[in-house]
Design a protein. Structure first.
Length: 80
């Protein structure tokens, strides 16, 4: 039986809508951490997890928006 390799970065992006913004909450960061941990991606703090989201933003996979007290995220509208 073939095992499939799950790309956690693709999972993060695929879980987002390109039309609807999602608030980046502690629960969302926990979910991202849980995706990354089995792949031995070094994310020990919420800041580390957020840097992964920034990496995806820098590569146009996601859009990040800085609001007054929080951040919003959606699938990148310029990706591709």
């Amino acid at each position: 039986m073939a095992t499939s390799i799950i790309n956690p970065f693709k999972t993060i992006v695929d879980d987002l809508s390109s039309e609807t913004w999602r608030k980046v909450t502690i629960e969302y960061l926990d979910w991202v951490h849980a995706l990354l941990k089995p792949h031995k991606i070094p994310v020990a703090t919420y800041g580390d997890v957020f840097r992964v989201l920034e990496y995806l933003y820098e590569n146009k996979a996601v859009d990040l928006q800085n609001c007054e007290d929080y951040h919003l995220i959606r699938k990148g509208t310029n990706f591709g």
